[in-house]
Design a protein around this ligand. Structure first.
Ligand code: ADP
Length: 417
């Protein structure tokens, strides 16, 4: 077995040049006293070009100052230290290229002289890889950001679309509701017409056959002295025609009120004139022994109202008072007015309205139990109430079965200026 020994300087040289890190030894003046092959390669010099040079030759100009201060403080502290970890330090090659590096500093002393050995690693690749990761991260972030933005705007678009749809749905629902109401109205109107037709055929039958009988009978009285008898039948005919006319009028009013076609026509007219006409017409329908008591000394005023509506209200109420009272009773019409209101009270001594029926009396087609033997449609009071509501007026009543009823009407006095 052969063996050989290496001298210390040989061992040093092998180790020194074998390592992949660049190794540099500088003295106290920071002059390079030794360097290995890796260091020479790393910086692109020939070894002789660097030996004896100041370390600054390998450091970019702008870091010289910083480096000097750093090495001074380092030598003072005399401890090994890693440079470039956590901060950027750079080397400068012969061709003027800068590259990032990490350096480990190891101070030592030989024969009283202070030196520092620096182990240098070129970290260009690592920095590039790190940079690549950073760039990738940044582009990823940018993509995420863009996607988020796109998503956000898609969500916004969707929510706008949603709002539009909601609007559309609401509009459709409203239209549907309108159509439903219109249909409902139409159905009600049809019901009304059907009801009216059956009412009319029922209500018209009796007066029409009465008219027929009276006219047949009247025809038989041919003698001059039979005039009184003739007149009695003619009166009956007149009454019945009057009644039929009032039913027709009531129906027409309901239809026009219902379809919104009713328009009020205001005009000036004399209160006295209206009362005389209404009472005169009502007198025709009086039963035997009935009288209408009304103020004879009524102070006349000029009203500004819908004359026909007022006439319809008063004549309906008077006709009811007559219709629902027996013979030989008195009907009283009271009239009062002040600055604001015109008031009519129509009182009778008739059959009255049963207490249980009173709450329904203004409902359309409603007729009280005790009224069913009399002819009627249950329309009149309903129309009166609708008109008075429309005109800002009011109607109420007091009634006791078999004693009589009083209807109270209040209507605001209007002026045409
Ligand atoms: P109609 O008299 O044609 O039945 P109205 O609408 O005028 O219709 O009256 C509704 C109901 O109110 C009557 O059917 C009747 O039961 C009751 N009524 C109205 N006026 C009187 C009255 N003066 N006396 C008793 N009942 C009345």
């Amino acid at each position: 077995m052969s063996s050989f020994t290496l001298s210390n300087s040989e061992v040093f040289s092998i180790l020194f040049n074998g390592i992949s890190e660049g190794a540099l030894i500088v003295n106290k003046q920071q002059l390079i006293v030794e360097l290995n092959d890796s260091a020479v390669k790393m910086f692109g010099y020939e070894i002789h070009e660097l030996k004896g040079q100041h370390i600054n030759i390998l450091i970019p100009q702008k870091f010289h100052h910083k480096h000097e201060a750093y090495v001074k403080s380092f030598i003072k502290k005399k401890e090994s230290r890693q440079m470039g970890v956590g901060r950027n330090i750079f080397g400068l090659t012969k061709s003027g290229k800068t590259f990032p590096l990490e350096a480990g500093l190891n101070p030592f002393e030989i024969k009283g002289e202070k030196y520092v050995m620096t182990l240098i690693t070129d970290i260009t690749k690592r920095v590039e890889a790190e940079q690549e990761i950073l760039d990738l991260n940044a582009s990823l972030e940018e993509k995420v950001h863009k996607r988020t933005k796109d998503l956000k705007s898609s969500v916004e678009e969707l929510s706008e679309l949603n709002d539009l749809l909601k609007d559309e749905i609401m509009r459709r629902k409203q239209a549907e509701a309108r159509i439903k109401t219109a249909l409902q109205k139409e159905r009600e109107l049809n019901d009304l017409k059907t009801k009216f037709l059956s009412l009319v055929s029922h209500e018209f039958k009796t007066p029409l056959s009465g008219i027929l009988t009276s006219s047949t009978l009247a025809k038989k009285y041919t003698q001059t002295e039979q005039q009184e008898k003739r007149e009695k039948h003619l009166n009956t005919i007149k009454n019945k025609v009057h009644y039929l006319t009032s039913i027709l009028n009531d129906f027409l009013s309901v239809e026009r009120l219902e379809t919104g076609k009713f328009t009020y026509k205001f005009e000036r007219f004399s209160l006295l004139n209206l009362i005389n006409e209404v009472v005169y017409n009502a007198n025709v329908t009086l039963k035997a022994g009935q009288i209408i008591n009304y103020p004879q000394d009524l102070q006349d005023v000029e009203l500004y109202q819908d004359r026909h509506v007022l006439e319809l209200i008063l004549s309906n109420l008077l006709n009811n008072a007559i219709k629902y009272s027996r013979e030989d009773t008195t009907i009283t019409l009271d009239i009062n007015f002040d600055d604001k209101y015109l008031k009519f009270d129509i009182q009778d001594q008739g059959i009255g309205i049963p207490e249980k029926d009173q709450q329904h009396i203004f409902e359309r087609y409603f007729r009280a139990e005790n009224a069913l033997l009399n002819q009627g449609t249950g329309i009149g009071l309903n129309i009166i109430k609708v008109h008075l509501d429309n005109l800002g007026g009011d109607i109420y009543f007091e009634s006791q079965e078999n004693k009589g009823s009083t209807f109270f009407i209040k209507l605001p006095i209007k002026h045409d200026n």
